[in-house]
Design a protein around this ligand. Structure first.
Ligand code: NAG
Ligand code: NAG
Length: 498
């Protein structure tokens, strides 16, 4: 029997490991911050009035109707960002299954596990592409019927000629952009929009196996591409939650806005897709690899993009490409990308400290340099080195002692019952990054709130002190997060959506 290159058995050829290497420990060159991390507790009493937020409990909860953000970004190449499961989402149908919070957090654990394993694979794992090994270590596919997706925020772009609108999950933690394509030779999952048909587009072209682009797949997907008998390059990508997409590697016209159109955009035309993408049409890869959307559009946008994730699933944010006419806003403070993340898909930052209620936590600088930190649009809950999380939790609980603790939720162990409060006073939490940048989180960036009787501190500790810390998307809510890839820096600015 001939092997169908698009069948899921093809996945058994794929390494779950990747060739990416992340210097997650020791060697880091973070000397500049040694003095900041000493075990001292600063007492900034003169700033005490800035050290708490008093907020209406209601303002922390999503509304049942969509309330789009009224703040307009001043740049034109801007897409509206929507939470996949919220009331603003067109891809959710009334009858489609929305995952529970426990399921979302479970999914988040799988994503984090896969990030940790990608980043901790040492050189020794390279080239372990022996087929027998891979078959033995591979387990697929995703459980059918699962509905939880990879990442949480979607944008809508146009693909093909004539243009077809497709809603894609955007993800700074991966590189390959792909969408489901007809004919679904293997299987396609249920998506809200009709599936893209390359045969009716005048601009679709297959990439051949001899093209250099085909080889870029190795670092972008962690898997060697395959080849059909007619010399078409075949990609395969599997995500941490066992979701996958396999199909032809092609080029197509991609339309972001009426004036921003990219010909020969390289993407995956997925003929066999399964897993947890909600009802979105696929994924928009915003990582650092050469085939990511960011790198492919760099001639136009200079590798510069920013986003604002909305305060709740019932509001909207933006994903914007290119600098505004006046350059980055002066209010945006930049921290250099960590060298430790070079050569990976991820955007690495150097965390230098955390403060709660204006007091810097007693965490040694070596705790953060041993783990490293990345910022990720697709991880929900911020993960910290175990000792850093425990210091944060202790300080937070102390500052919140007026409110009753309640049951933990999955990985979240510090939850409060706020049923009897209209208004609460919450200690501010601020992160310090390399370059002297301090980012104060909004109140909506501190809690994960499934229900008013269970408002949880939205942080968790890693299992291992050497696992990379991840600055997750709850913490990024309403901040303007700016990626200046050419300038090798990430910036944070005040709220640019609501
Ligand atoms: C792309 O390649 C596949 C497999 O070789 C083939 O079936 C399909 O017709 C090709 N599409 C185009 C537009 O060339
Ligand atoms: C933590 O990770 C290191 C490096 O990957 C490993 O050697 C060690 O066994 C791990 N410790 C635990 C408790 O899992």
């Amino acid at each position: 029997m001939a092997i169908n290159p698009l069948s899921s058995s093809f996945l058994s050829f794929f390494l779950l490991s990747t060739t990416l290497v992340f210097l997650s420990s020791s060697s880091s060159k973070k000397l500049g911050f040694a003095s900041e991390g000493r075990e001292t507790i600063e007492s900034n009493n003169h700033l005490l009035h800035h050290h708490t937020h008093t907020v209406q409990v209601r303002s922390l909860l999503p509304s049942t109707t969509c309330r789009p953000s009224t703040i307009d970004p001043d740049r034109k190449a801007s897409l509206k960002v929507i939470h996949k499961y919220g009331p603003c989402s067109q891809v959710q149908q009334e009858n489609s299954k929305i995952p529970t919070h426990a399921e979302i957090l479970k999914q988040d654990e799988l994503r984090v596990k896969s990030i940790h394993s990608r980043l901790s694979n040492k050189l020794a794992d390279r080239g372990s592409g022996d087929l027998r090994d891979v078959e033995a270590s591979t387990n697929i596919p995703a459980k059918s019927g699962s509905t939880i997706g990879t990442g949480n925020y979607v944008v809508t772009v146009g693909l093909g000629t004539p243009k077809k609108e497709l809603t894609l999950i955007f993800d700074t933690g991966s590189d390959l952009t792909w969408t489901q394509c007809e004919p679904c030779a293997g299987s396609c999952y249920d998506q809200a929009e009709t599936i893209f048909k390359p045969t009716v587009s005048m601009t679709y072209k297959n990439i051949t196996c001899s093209s250099n682009l085909c080889y870029e797949l190795v670092s972008a997907t962690g898997n060697k591409p395959r080849c059909t008998s007619s010399n078409t390059c075949v990609y395969g990508i599997q995500y941490g939650d066992q979701s996958f997409s396999i199909g032809f590697f092609g080029t197509e016209r991609l339309t972001l806005t009426p004036t921003d159109v990219f010909d020969k955009f390289v993407f995956g035309c997925g003929q066999n897709n399964q897993g947890l993408f909600g009802r979105s049409a696929g994924l928009l890869g915003l990582g650092r690899n050469p085939i990511s959307f960011v790198q492919q559009t760099a001639p136009k946008y200079g590798g510069f993009f920013s986003y604002c994730l909305p305060s709740s699933s019932s509001s909207t944010g933006h994903l914007t490409f290119g600098k505004s006419r006046g350059g980055a806003s002066k209010a945006v403070k930049f921290t250099p990308l960590s060298e430790a993340s070079d050569g990976t898909s991820f955007y690495g930052l150097d965390t230098t400290g955390i403060s709660v209620g204006g007091r810097r936590l007693a965490i040694k600088a070596s705790v953060f340099s041993a783990s490293g930190t990345i910022i990720d649009s697709g991880t929900v809950i911020t993960r910290l080195p175990p000792s850093a999380y425990s210091a944060l939790r202790t300080a937070f609980r102390k500052a919140m002692k007026a409110y009753p603790l309640t049951d933990p939720l999955s990985i979240l162990d510090t939850c409060y019952d706020l049923s009897n409060y209209d208004e609460i006073t919450v200690p501010t939490i601020a992160f310090s990054f390399g370059g002297g940048v301090t980012v104060e989180l909004e109140a909506v960036g501190v809690f994960y709130i499934p229900r008013i009787s269970q408002a949880c501190l939205a942080f968790a500790g890693n299992g291992n002190a050497s696992d990379v810390a991840i600055f997750g998307n709850v913490q990024q809510r309403t901040l303007e997060v700016v990626y200046d890839v050419a300038g090798e820096r990430v910036g944070f600015g005040p709220a640019s959506c609501s």
